[in-house]
Design a binder for this molecule. Structure first.
Ligand code: KIV
Length: 298
């Protein structure tokens, strides 16, 4: 009997899942891609119900849900838990896990191992990582392992100190050319898409035009192939100073605060719970119970 080497099974997306290739098709059709961050199952479900195409489990979670003042402290274990929760809630959108600082910078092996964990343990469809240069080999390694990679250029928050703070990037001709070269290199390395953060709109437009993979802008103007906003910014749940590119579509923080104040006041004033919030029991069982308690005292 001859043993033939097994061909790896092609990765088949779950039924109903947006095929990854559809993003490039959307770019070709000039159909904008809607991406949003989410960090839990209800967030993933709501984004799915709203028709979002891509859900990013951003390392912005370090700030928005874990209370840190930068994205740097996010750990692999925290990001795995949050990604797992989002993939339980979101069926159709592609779920992209953001590789946190320290999980891909050290070596290609580390990067591939951690990307595999996001897919195997958390059900992510793809990963995102920041930067170009030495990160190009990481992208090639991860893509080589069969995992789609989204790049991220411009303001890359994990290296904000090196960039001189949280400020727009590519604002000189030379820096804009560097961004374009990095974007091309990321496409050549195998990225399926590229986030451009805080980049002048004409530069992002030029990069978008130069690439065949879709660009997703955040503070990068209207000419990108898609847009992404952070959940807490979009919904008015974040109390820090908002960046220029944020548009708040709701004041959910205010709604939540008012609801909590009403609850506290109801509890203090004995208005909650009411009869309809409590459970009944048969009268005869209650009588037996009262009786047994009375006799216990004798
Ligand atoms: O972590 C994040 O939320 C991000 C987006 C801002 C693109 O990287």
């Amino acid at each position: 009997m001859s043993i033939r080497p097994q061909k790896p099974a092609p990765a088949t997306p779950a039924p109903g899942k947006l095929p990854l290739t559809e993003l490039a098709e959307m770019k070709r059709r000039s159909q904008p891609i809607a991406m949003v961050t989410a960090y839990d199952a209800p967030g993933g479900r709501l984004a799915d119900q709203a028709g979002v195409d891509v859900v990013l489990v951003g390392d912005s979670a370090a700030m928005t849900v874990l209370g840190h003042d930068s994205t740097v402290p996010a750990t692999m274990d925290e990001m795995l838990i949050l990604t797992r929760a989002v993939t339980r809630g979101a069926s159709r959108p592609l779920v992209v896990a953001d590789m946190p600082f320290g999980t891909f910078q050290v070596s290609d092996e580390d990067a591939v191992r951690n990307a595999i964990r996001f897919v195997k343990e958390a059900g992510a469809d793809a990963v995102k990582l920041e930067g170009a240069g030495p990160m190009l080999a990481r992208v090639q390694g991860i893509v080589g392992a069969g995992i789609p990679v989204m790049g991220h250029l411009g303001l890359t928050p994990q290296s904000a100190t090196m960039l001189g703070g949280f400020k727009a990037q590519g604002r000189t001709a030379e820096k804009a050319r560097r961004l374009l070269a990095d974007a091309r290199a990321l496409e050549a390395a195998g990225c399926f898409s590229l986030v451009l953060e805080a980049v002048p709109a004409p530069v992002a437009g030029r990069i978008t035009h130069a690439l065949s993979i879709p660009t997703i802008g955040i503070g990068a103007g209207a000419d990108c192939d898609g847009q992404v906003l952070v959940w807490h910014d979009l919904l008015g749940l974040y109390e820090g100073r908002a960046a220029r590119f944020v548009k708040r579509y709701a004041e959910v923080g205010q709604v939540v605060r008012e609801a909590l104040e009403a609850y506290v006041s109801d509890v203090r004033e004995h208005r909650f719970p009411e009869e309809r919030h409590t459970y009944a029991m048969p009268d005869e069982e209650l009588a037996l119970f009262e009786d047994s308690v009375l006799h216990e005292r004798e």
